[in-house]
Design a protein around this ligand. Structure first.
Ligand SMILES: [Zn+2]
Length: 352
């Protein structure tokens, strides 16, 4: 073989190769082309084996020509493979409709709602003091919401509860968590639990009232009740309330007791705390009084004890209702109770 023949053969082979590359559809077909021409037993390798037939002085030139052809084909092939890969990716993207290589949006970790946190903290605190945690229905019988709590139909106290009534007579959205007092006492007796009975009942309550910075139609309360064989006194009540507030605020809070009227306690009190927003100077949250109503409390009325199934001659107790929503506002410096249930993520993120 002489150099001219080699040149012609290489040219033919190169053209054949380029055609095969151009016609190959996809990466797998290109791999076949590579094997066929550049592989160990490929056509271009075959040309190298012919070098032995050249005269010694032409052998180097023949080798150079063959290698150069192989290099050009190799480069052409690499170029075609890159294009095929890109086309395959584009097709896949079109198919999926998203690009897995683009960084995704940052997912923020959620956190518990401040109400849930305070509720759980209080539950822990009360459980450590020997209380049971009870629950009652949010749609409540008039009997439990009013009658059994010493609030008969003609009682003026019913007027102060702006009640959402359902279309079913005798059924309303509970206006307070106090119905769980009676349900709880009956449950305690039915299960023959030992005395004293100590229980809390956290949950949502509903009032059909004018909404402002310190009132919402839906808010969270926590009812507490203690019943024991006589006598349970106001001293017991006060001690428990002070322990409770110390647990909540982590310090002694300035409080005051005012006589308060609630039909289901006798005597009844309003326990006020010094406004934590303004330290008593006066602000919209405390309606410029410097004090915030924190919880109504009192000794359980004998009629209620009787409704619950205990004998008021032998048993007495105290009860209190904590405004959880208000407590969260006080503790976190929230000046408008409506923020709590607004569902505003910007507000909730400040508690993350
Ligand atoms: Zn204030």
């Amino acid at each position: 073989m002489d150099l001219n023949t080699l040149k012609t053969e290489l040219e033919t082979l190169e053209n054949e190769c380029r055609r095969a590359i151009a016609e190959a559809a996809g990466a797998a077909a290109l791999d076949d082309v590579e094997r066929k021409y550049l592989g160990k037993s490929g056509a271009l390798k075959g040309m190298l084996s012919k070098l032995g037939s050249f005269a010694k002085e032409q052998r180097a030139e023949a080798g150079k020509l063959t290698n150069e052809t192989a290099k050009r084909v190799d480069a052409e092939l690499a170029n075609a493979k890159e294009k095929a890969g890109k086309a395959a990716l584009d097709a896949a993207l079109e198919d999926r409709g998203f690009d897995i290589t683009i960084p995704g949006p940052v997912v923020r970790a959620g956190s518990l709602h401040p109400l849930t946190r305070v509720r759980r903290e209080l539950e822990d605190l009360f459980v450590s003091m020997g209380y049971a945690v009870l629950e009652g229905p949010e749609v409540e019988l008039e009997k439990y919401n009013f009658d059994d709590l010493n609030i008969p139909a003609d009682h003026p106290a019913r007027e102060s509860h702006d009640t959402f009534w359902t279309t079913t007579p005798g059924l309303c959205l509970r206006t307070h968590t106090s119905p769980v007092q009676v349900r709880g006492m009956r449950w305690w007796i039915d299960n023959k639990f030992p005395m004293p009975m100590r229980a809390i009942a956290p949950g949502r309550v509903f009032r059909n009232e004018t909404v402002d910075a310190s009132h919402e139609h839906t808010f969270h309360q926590m009812e507490g009740i203690v019943i024991d064989e006589k006598p349970v006194s106001i001293a017991h009540l006060l001690h428990s309330m002070k322990t409770l507030l110390r647990g909540i605020f982590g310090r002694e809070l300035e409080v005051r007791l005012r006589p308060g009227f609630f039909p289901f306690v006798e005597p009844g009190f309003e326990l006020d705390a010094r406004c934590l927003h303004c330290e008593g100077k006066g602000c919209p949250f405390c309606k410029h009084s410097g004090w915030v109503e924190l919880l109504p409390c009192g000794l359980v009325h004998p009629n209620v004890i009787q409704s619950g199934g205990f004998d008021p001659e032998k048993h007495s107790g105290f009860a209190f209702g904590l405004g959880l929503s208000r407590l969260v506002c006080l503790r976190h410096g929230v000046d408008d109770v409506r923020h709590l249930l607004s569902g505003d993520v910007r507000f909730l993120r400040s508690f993350c």
